[in-house]
Design a protein around this ligand. Sequence first.
Ligand SMILES: Cc1ncc(COP(=O)(O)O)c(C=O)c1O
Length: 395
Amino acid sequence: MKDPAVGVQFDVETTRHSGMFGNYGGAYVPEVLAGKLTTLAATFREAIADPAFRRELKYYLRDFVGRPSPLYLAERLSAEIGARIYLKREDLNHTGAHKINNTVGQALLAKRLGAKTLIAETGAGQHGVATATVAALFGMKCIVFMGSEDVRRQAPNVERMKLLGAELVTTDAGTATLKDAVDAALGYYIQHPDVFYCLGSAVGPHPYPSIVREFQSVIGAEARTQILEAEGRLPDILLACVGGGSNAIGLFSAFLGDPAVEMFGAEGGGTDVAGRRTAATLTCGKPTVFQGTYSYCLVDEQGQPVDAYSVSAGLDYPGIGPEHAYLKDTGRVQYAPVMDDQAIAAFRLLSRSEGIIPAIESAHAVALASQVLRGTGKLAIINLSGRGDKDIGRF
Ligand SMILES: Cc1ncc(COP(=O)(O)O)c(C=O)c1O
């Protein structure tokens, strides 16, 4: 079978591994990567069971990233919407988003494997910055792949990556956005399997969705303790934006076993869901194999992956992590598109009502909150996945 994502011939049946979420997930990769991913899965399992690894991870999360991130009661936003809303302040992490939680963890895995080079894809630039940051921290080389459209729309993060010593490889393929950056990074990984691919979301072949979930689960674990301390009870509703799905699964994971806690994922609706100028993968897509995993994907009539569109570079992706596909099908989490103009309005609303300028990605979750929570009086947590410095002057 030919994988349109990586353009390499491989046999699905012989390279499929575990890492299933219901029917979704697996590892659809060429033979050259299958062995690497098996080693990575084993190293990951050993590492998270090793108290020394956990101690080191905790140390960097506290003293380098600045965790725990606060759970902040947004009083003016709450009054505006008519609910009781807390913000999980991932925007306050070092480098300004949740992405650093995952890159610290993956860089420690890379160290354990003896890798000297980290490669990464990036859309909004936050994962690229977070990877360049940990590469500098641990004295590793870093190569970041980014679409030229995203280089244009997230310019401040491009400068940050360069300052941190990363080599930036720009791609003009396709729409020159996140999907094309992932293709370029996967292509490089296939040619250079000795590097460590630091994948930025809960997507791609097994074991990446499980690795990224684990390293982002700190968000939900902290939020659960913090809300119980502040309110003496669990929240009614959780909300997060969904690109590949890492900040959302990081928050949701601690509450999946609590049936009374409702969960909502905000997809990048773009400008026209019916006309397919959208990145609303779970709303409009179909299950298919894409970039190494079986999950929902935006496809054409022939079932081939198509380009996504969202004003938000971090949500502008036609795929989605396999666990979210499973959570959608089982009805445990509800996913809804948020249109560009609604997200931009929420970007302004949060800036003016709370003095917090959110990333345009996170603004999608705020916009969905203002629909779902309006006048309900419910207790909610919105995952504020990142800060909006990179988006200033864009709208
Ligand atoms: C601030 C921010 N939030 C959310 C996302 C979306 O990614 P994910 O769905 O993996 O959390 C990105 C991606 O770049 C981002 O930069």
